[in-house]
Design a binder for this molecule. Structure first.
Ligand code: PLP
Length: 244
């Protein structure tokens, strides 16, 4: 580990099985991106968290960006974010021209304080993005209730919280949608990586377009001769093939 820390921030656990699985992707000589392993990975995570749809991306930051675009968020909209989080949570509204509005955190889980969130809601507020800091679930049920009462979208930033639970329900399954991060210090890592989770087919389909150049057509882009259409502004936020 580089740096002068006695206790490193994280340690990646890996074994020969990981090496073999990565090698098996490399040795195919094709599908280093958009391989069938990505679909398998998405299926495993969606089943584990208990949501209908999962979409693997190249980072948690991209996942937040795509979700805000998928919800049509833009100029004039306000998004309530925690005053204590990784910067990507607060940057995400700015990516789409919306305004991040900081709310305070509570001292139990260091997550968004539901009372302060309620105080900060205005006619411009469109969404709330709570995080589960260090895998510790925030007061997500109260935040969901507030979001429902005020007709706001709840996007759970579960970047740090794969596997965290409130009673029997997993973090990432409370919001209208959620994101995960698979960067190096997270619960599991793909090097860089992220995921969108949602039960909404509409949000999933919009995200599917936006993260992939706004392109309609076969997902097997690199080996298909079929006609493709570009119907909306999009990015290349796809994940490189990993082996789950
Ligand atoms: C709370 C939170 N949100 C968003 C992100 C962004 O994820 P990524 O680094 O994969 O872009 C991270 C992690 O870095 C995070 O901890």
């Amino acid at each position: 580990m580089n740096g002068n820390y006695d206790i490193p921030l994280f340690k990646i656990h890996w074994d020969e099985q990981d090496v073999e699985k990565v090698a098996s992707v490399v040795k195919k000589g094709v599908y280093w991106a958009t391989g069938p392993e990505i679909k398998e990975f998405e299926k495993k995570i969606s089943e584990y968290v208990g949501v209908e749809y999962a979409l693997a991306l190249n980072s948690g930051t991209s996942a937040l960006h795509v979700l805000l675009a998928a919800y049509g968020m833009g100029q004039g909209d306000e998004v309530i974010v925690p005053s204590f989080t990784f910067i990507a949570t607060a940057n995400a509204p700015l990516f789409v021209g919306a305004k991040p509005l900081f709310a305070d955190i509570e001292s139990e889980s260091y997550g968004l304080d539901p009372d302060d969130v309620e105080r900060r809601i205005t006619s411009k507020t469109k969404a709330i993005i709570p995080i589960h800091y260090g895998g510790l679930p925030c007061h997500i049920e109260e935040l969901k209730q507030i979001a429902d009462e005020h007709n706001l979208i709840l996007i759970e930033d579960a970047a740090e919280a794969l596997g965290a639970m409130v009673n029997t329900k997993k973090a990432g399954s409370f919001g209208d949608s959620a994101i995960l991060s698979f960067c190096a210090p997270k619960v599991i890592t793909t090097g860089e990586g992220g995921m969108i989770l949602t039960d909404s087919r509409d949000v999933y389909e919009k995200a599917l377009l936006i993260y992939n150049h706004g392109r309609v057509g076969p997902t097997d882009y690199f080996s298909s001769a079929e006609q493709m259409e570009y119907v909306t502004l999009g990015y290349n936020f796809r994940m490189s093939t990993c082996k789950s």
